[in-house]
Design a protein around this ligand. Structure first.
Ligand code: CP
Ligand code: NVA
Length: 304
């Protein structure tokens, strides 16, 4: 494993090992001990878009492991490739740092960085996927249910980057994935076909959120308006009516179900405040697990 660009590229074994390492490091750090495997290593963090969780959790993860992180904010780098080609940036960074983490608009930018970088590249969200988020979510499910096999994740809302990474994660880890999206915002057929090739029958797309949640273990949603789609906001708010995780939808799910959201959450749109604050919500566990999962990822990729 040189880099971490998409869950689709990893084997089930690699993902399970990362989860195992993440839970081990979580225990270690909770007991007050440290693993300084990244002493002397530096991570460059390239952001074309804003961030709270990703930026802070990666920076803390590097510091926790004895290393350093350099934050390059959107104003510093602009769109990768505009001032200088991604292939030049990748080779320059490779002379200075031990790893590159990038949050980009185009997924191809991350692929291009990885093609030319001689150090590991981590996808910290592209328009196509958000693998670190999905793995932190899967870890959260594992911790709450004790196992992953057979768990059903019902995703309500936009067939976006987060939905796609969750579909791949479910396929790789023996879980069921169902998405209920409004017309025009479905998850693409290629993603569903790929998930179903990995694990036959694991991924399904339907229209009605009530049908999706009836026997679900996890109810998941994300913003209706992803970064870069701000101009479509009004139209999207109209089109997504009926796709909110609210008390009525939660009541239609089994009592054991947990509610997840990658955050930031737009209360009153894709999710209500009462659901975010309910006893079934595990949204802050997911946010915390970003740190633990990324520590494991950094140790595996850079800590050699
Ligand atoms: N969930 C997530 O990636 O949050 P940020 O955009 O704040 O990093
Ligand atoms: N789908 C959202 C996720 C934010 C963490 C976006 O891309 O903006």
């Amino acid at each position: 494993m040189k880099s971490f660009l998409s869950i689709q590229d990893c084997t089930s074994q690699e993902l399970l090992e990362l989860l195992d390492l993440s839970m081990g490091l979580k225990k270690l750090y909770q007991s007050g001990k440290r693993d300084l495997c990244l002493t002397g290593k530096t991570l460059a963090m390239l952001f074309e878009k804003t961030s709270l969780r990703t930026r802070v959790s990666f920076q803390v993860a590097m510091q926790d492991l004895g290393g350093n992180a350099i934050y390059l904010k959107p104003e510093d780098i602009g769109i990768i490739g505009q001032r200088e080609p991604a292939k030049d940036m990748a080779r320059v960074f490779s002379r200075y740092v031990s790893g590159i983490m990038a949050r980009t608009f185009k997924h191809e930018t991350i692929i291009e960085l990885d093609r030319w970088a001689t150090v590991p590249v981590i996808n910290a969200l592209s328009d196509w996927s958000h693998p670190c988020q999905a793995m932190a979510d899967i870890q959260t499910a594992m911790e709450h249910f004790g196992q992953l096999k057979g768990l059903k994740l019902a995703y309500i809302g936009d067939g976006n980057n987060v939905a796609r990474s969750l579909a791949f994660a479910c396929a790789k880890l023996d879980m069921q994935f169902v998405i209920a999206a409004p017309a025009g915002y479905e998850l693409d057929q290629e993603t569903l076909d790929t998930a179903n090739q990995i694990s036959p029958g694991c991924a399904m797309q339907i229209r009605n959120p009530m049908d999706a949640v009836r026997d679900a273990d996890v109810l998941y949603t994300d913003t209706w308006v992803s970064m870069g789609q701000e101009a479509e906001k009004e139209q999207r708010i109209r089109d997504f009516q009926g796709y909110q995780i609210n008390d009525a939808l939660l009541a239609a799910a089994p009592k054991r179900a947990k509610v997840m959201h990658c955050l930031p959450a737009y209360r009153g749109y894709e999710i209500t405040d009462s659901v975010c604050e309910s006893a079934q919500s595990v949204i802050f566990d997911e946010a915390e697990n970003r740190l633990h999962f990324q520590r494991a990822l950094l140790k595996k990729l850079i800590g050699k």
